[in-house]
Design a protein. Structure first.
Length: 416
């Protein structure tokens, strides 16, 4: 038997319906924020993700699915959404003549070669959004507010937004120096990976899963102490906007996020202080890194699968439809032909209609009526059909009504 790959899943049944429901909520919310939907390719040149995400990140060093295609090109499966969207932005020269920010959202499969566990898959979905062109703190606040409102609309009232600032390049570099100097004498007490990170990507040490909780990291210098005046002022402004918008947040001075491209605001959404349900931040250097002119950007990505797990764990009810509107039962060939016509006609008019496609006995067809939880059923009968009539029965009350076939759609419209 061929089985699915480790860290992947089939999405079907009630789970598929729940995801569709959540998707509808998120799409409609993004529209309220005037964000447009975008899809980018699942595979891109390796250079895009390696350069965009950062050669020194764990994601690029250990997690990307890299391969050569049949034309010997270096290809990578999309591990995150931002780099592809930035590539689209630069390739289409959307930076020219910007009078308003360019705002887009996506809902896409991502691929990372990680050790699979609950909430950590190799193929997973992120819903995310990006805003290009504005360096105003107001757009940082808007991105946080869109993320925050998404979780609230999904019923996850107890989420907390953790925010921090890495500051501008000058502040970030000063902090980097200070962190290296602080960590150097302790390096042998850190894990093997962190030893390597010290020179290449010291900020990443702060969110190392192995060394998390160690006193060394607890006492490490804080980014906020290294912000220059401008960056400090910017962070204060952000907090002020978040207060004005009634967004529940906490400053977390240890938050740096694993990717290379962030500056100024970084944030994460956590539930009950457990794992992150999503994260984002400002990335003013990324468009330039990927070949465009210097353009500010800010964005967020929600872990869709983890968010759904959290919804399940918190017993939040997601309404899913497990019923149909009408089931047509038949015996003769002419009745079957009418069933074919009526199901097609009702479906076209917005009803969920079903009939037998397995040559079942009438008794077995009645079982299908209940299995599909049909609101109405209709036993087609050649005698009635000669008069162009059907007898429609309410499956709950068992009340029945004789209806002219031409009036069936109107009748159902009035009764449902
Ligand atoms: P990141 O792009 O790493 O900032 O991730 C953003 C969000 O995506 C995280 O907060 C998680 O909720 C989710 N996520 C990241 N990696 C995985 C994974 N391997 N499986 C499932 N969800 C993930």
């Amino acid at each position: 038997m061929i089985t699915k790959q480790k860290g992947t899943m089939d999405i079907y049944g009630d789970m598929a319906k729940k995801r569709q429901y959540i998707n509808d909520i998120l799409v409609s919310l993004c529209e309220k924020y005037n964000y447009d939907y975008i899809e980018t390719p699942v595979f891109e040149s390796s250079e895009l993700f390696h350069r965009g995400v950062g050669e020194t990140t764990d994601m690029v060093q250990k997690e990307t699915y890299d391969f050569k295609d049949r034309g010997e090109r270096d290809i990578t499966l999309r591990p995150e959404g931002t780099a592809g969207v930035v590539r689209w932005f630069v390739e289409n020269k959307l930076y020219g003549n910007m009078t308003d920010p360019v705002k887009v959202f996506y809902n896409e499969k991502m691929y990372r070669y990680e050790r699979p566990q609950s909430g950590r898959m190799r193929e997973f979905t992120q819903w995310g959004f990006e805003c290009f062109g504005s360096d105003d703190v107001m757009s940082d606040a808007e991105v946080v507010s869109l993320a925050y409102n998404a979780y609230r609309l999904l019923g996850l009232e107890n989420v907390t937004i953790k925010i921090n600032s890495l500051g501008d390049n000058e502040s970030r570099n000063n902090y980097r120096e200070a962190l290296i100097n602080y960590l150097k004498p302790h390096i042998n007490e850190l894990c093997e990976d962190c030893k390597e990170r010290l020179e290449k990507n010291p900020l990443r040490i702060l969110d190392c899963k192995i060394d998390a909780g160690s006193d060394i990291l607890k006492n490490a210098p804080k980014t906020l102490d290294y912000l220059n005046e401008e960056s400090k002022e910017r962070f204060e402004k952000l907090k002020n906007y978040l207060d004005l918008m009634d967004i529940n947040y906490e400053v977390d001075t240890k938050l740096v996020r694993g990717l290379d491209y962030y500056n100024h605001m970084v944030f994460e959404v956590v539930l009950d202080d457990s794992y992150a349900l999503g994260g984002g931040g400002r990335y003013n250097g990324l468009v330039e890194t990927l070949g465009g002119p210097s353009t500010p950007g800010v964005g967020f990505a929600m872990g869709y699968d983890r968010t759904l797990l959290a919804i399940e764990e918190n017993n939040i009810n997601i309404p899913i439809n497990n019923s149909i509107d009408v089931y047509f039962l038949y015996v003769s060939d002419t009745e079957k032909e009418t069933a074919a016509y009526l199901t097609q006609n009702l479906r076209l008019n917005g009803f969920i209609a079903e009939t037998d496609e397995m040559q079942k006995s009438l008794k077995a067809q009645f079982k299908s009526v209940d299995r599909f939880n049909s609101k109405y059923f209709c036993v087609l009968n050649d005698e009635d059909l000669k008069k162009n009539e059907v007898v429609l029965k309410d499956n709950k009350t068992k009340e029945e009504e004789r209806v002219n076939i031409n009036d069936l759609v109107d009748y159902l419209d009035m009764h449902m």
